[in-house]
Design a protein around this ligand. Structure first.
Ligand SMILES: Cc1cc2nc3c(=O)[nH]c(=O)nc-3n(C[C@H](O)[C@H](O)[C@H](O)COP(=O)(O)OP(=O)(O)OC[C@H]3O[C@@H](n4cnc5c(N)ncnc54)[C@H](O)[C@@H]3O)c2cc1C
Length: 600
């Protein structure tokens, strides 16, 4: 059996060397994020992930959450107690405003912590993840009274939050939302309608749940411009903060799912008994706009689910490959008798692929987290704008690419296990099943890619995309002229991949206006191309730093050499895909649309 161990050395390398924790710690308000404090936080989080969350992951998957006859929901054994410990230890408010009881830490520090929760037990962490989103929406757009009444309890975690967007006819297209909100003349509204797929829409962790709900008022215009955001508590809250009457929102069923069984996914009925009392957040008809403001955070977090699941699947595969004895390894002198499968070259190929992709997605995500902090807190306005433009470009890549990569990594995790991978008791199958949702919720890969092609590339005529590609090219040139021959080879490969990316950016910009359907046919490949090259960029930086450290005899030699080998594997075996993807974009996107709908 494999136990989760947080990869602290690797996390600290990425935080310090690639993402620039020291610089982020100097931003106004982040002075507490000193290297010692951050190391202590990561160590404590690692203990909680390993000792409390990881042991519940398999049993929680097997037991699942259950809806009881009275409409309440029972989460699997141990989850409620784990949640109590989670909030008592202050993990819920890591990045939140200290005035509300949070710890005010940078996103960059919360990111490895979040990765650990996802690795150890993603179904558990979905509850705090959704609460974070609800806190952010309320903090940005709520009235002072709403903030005072709800936020301290939500930051503490004694009340959780949900996001209620989806309805049977309104998934990717939220313009189709039909839930009605009727003004009552006293500033409150009554809500009527049904929301589906609501994560932790009902549970037994806390005595109240604060639902944020998209709905339409009677005078709202059609489409996206007529959607408002409402706060609907499960129990009404009295002015003194005490719990009042039960509100008219009820869990009518739980979905039976492929994965994340411990996480209750609820169908919620609003207003079956006279109307659910709701309070408008911000202004009427601006609900979708508010959702978009906070979407960056939620999408980033789902990207981190990809990194966390990849890491866990990798660790489990390595543990199995060391133990499973099968056949003599080809070409090894010592292979007189059957040995562990980790000696087979094809198992090595799979483990290297899993490892390299996990390190690449992690590095891209942590670097983006540092940019989020800089975009919020950098003292210089131009620097804030530059970081925000980078964040805006990278969010669909972190979300879309890390989650797609997690499919491949968890797939390989099953493959390394052979037949036992298909059998539930090894746990590899659970990661594969759990991973399947992450390319779907919080906007499918197709929706992320549309965003990347349209808003993030074509809208500014490729300016931000080209600027980032130019930075990657600079690194490639630097590596290509380095004294170290392995880095020189890396630089040439990165330069070729970047040239491919640049050709794709040019093609998207040239085709978006006149050939928009082909540009959207290219959207997902374009997103994968970006991820592939960004991964090569960050691992190239890692290889450079590790090489220079080794030359100066600094740091842990074994760790640094493994870092370099993993980066070179990425450059040689995974990065060359970039040229093929770019070719498919520039030459094949029209053919995607060659058949008429009736020809399928
Ligand atoms: C387990 C689970 C938990 C969830 N949790 C929540 C939650 O807490 N709150 C909440 O509100 N929702 C939640 N959801 C809903 C989730 O966000 C939606 O399922 C998701 O946004 C996709 O919508 P859909 O299922 O209606 O698929 P559709 O929108 O019907 O999509 C079907 C296919 O069409 C593609 N497609 C649709 N439109 C476009 C387009 N414009 N361009 C290209 N391709 C397109 C999609 O990419 C997809 O491949 C959850 C869903 C699940 C399964």
């Amino acid at each position: 059996m494999s136990t989760y161990h947080a990869p602290l050395k690797e996390m600290e390398f990425v935080l310090n060397e690639l993402a620039g924790l020291a610089q982020v710690g100097k931003l106004p308000g982040f002075e507490e994020a000193t290297p010692d404090t951050v190391a202590a936080i990561l160590e404590e989080a690692a203990k909680f992930a390993t000792n409390v969350l990881d042991p519940l992951n398999g049993p929680g998957d097997r037991e699942g959450s259950t809806r009881l006859a009275d409409g309440s929901v029972k989460t699997p054994a141990g989850f409620k107690d784990a949640y109590r410990q989670f909030i008592e230890n202050g993990w819920n408010g890591l990045t939140k405003n200290p005035d509300l009881g949070g710890q005010g830490l940078p996103q960059l520090v919360a990111t490895p912590v979040e990765e650990m929760w996802h690795s150890a037990n993603m179904a558990f962490d979905l509850c705090p993840l959704l609460t974070q989103g609800a806190i952010e929406a309320l903090e940005l757009c709520g009235t002072p009274e709403q903030k005072a009444l709800y936020l301290p309890r939500m930051v503490e975690g004694t009340w959780t939050g949900t996001m209620n967007l989806t309805e049977p006819q309104a998934g990717s297209d939220l313009a189709a939302v039909r839930t009605r909100a009727m003004p009552q003349g006293d500033g409150t509204y009554k809500l009527y309608g049904q929301k589906i797929f609501i994560t932790y829409g009902e549970h037994d962790y806390t005595d109240n749940i604060i639902h944020l709900v998209l709905a339409r008022t009677p005078t709202a215009p059609e489409g996206v411009k007529g959607i408002s955001l409402f706060l609907v508590p499960k129990f009404l809250v009295n002015a003194d903060g005490s719990i009042g009457a039960r509100n008219d929102v009820h869990c009518v069923s739980l979905e039976h799912k492929l994965g994340i069984h411990a996480s209750p996914t609820a169908v919620l009925a609003y207003g079956d008994n006279g109307g659910a009392t709701g309070y408008l957040i911000g202004q009427e008809n601006r609900g979708l706009e508010y959702m978009f403001i906070m979407m960056n955070q939620a999408r980033f977090s789902v990207g981190m689910e990809g990194v966390g699941l990849s890491e866990r699947a990798y660790q489990r595969a390595v543990a199995f490959a060391r133990e499973r004895v099968q056949g003599k390894a080809v070409g090894l002198d010592k292979a007189q008798a059957a040995g562990p499968i980790i000696e087979h070259p094809d198992i090595r190929r799979m483990l290297m692929t899993m490892r390299a992709y996990t390190e690449a997605t992690r590095a891209v995500a942590y670097v983006t987290a540092a940019a989020i902090d800089n975009a919020h807190r950098h003292p210089d306005l131009d620097a804030r704008k530059r970081h925000q433009a980078f964040v805006d470009l990278m969010i669909p890549i972190v979300k879309g690419w890390s989650t797609e990569i997690a499919q491949e990594v968890t797939y390989l995790g099953v493959q390394v296990h052979g037949g036992m991978g298909f059998i539930e008791e090894t746990g590899a199958a659970q990661h594969y099943r759990d991973a399947r949702i992450i390319t779907i919720y919080e906007g499918t890969t197709g929706i992320q890619a549309n965003d990347l092609v349209g808003r993030k590339t074509a809208r500014d005529a490729g300016a931000t995309a080209r600027a980032v590609a130019a930075d990657i090219d600079k690194l490639a040139a630097h590596l290509a002229s380095h004294a170290d021959s392995a880095l020189r080879a890396y630089g040439l490969r990165l330069a070729a991949a970047t040239a491919a990316l640049q050709s794709a950016i040019d093609w998207i910009v040239a085709n978006y206006a006149g050939n928009v359907r082909a540009a959207h046919a290219a959207a997902v490949p374009y997103l994968k191309l970006w991820g592939t090259v960004a991964g090569g960029w960050q691992l190239g930086r890692a290889a450079l730093i590790a090489t220079e450290r080794l030359a100066a005899n600094g740091g842990d030699g074994a760790f640094l050499r493994a870092k370099i080998a993993t980066a070179i594997f990425y450059a040689e075996c995974l990065l060359p895909q970039a040229e093929g993807i770019a070719q498919a974009i520039t030459e094949g996107s029209n053919t995607v649309l060659a058949l008429a709908a009736e020809q399928f």
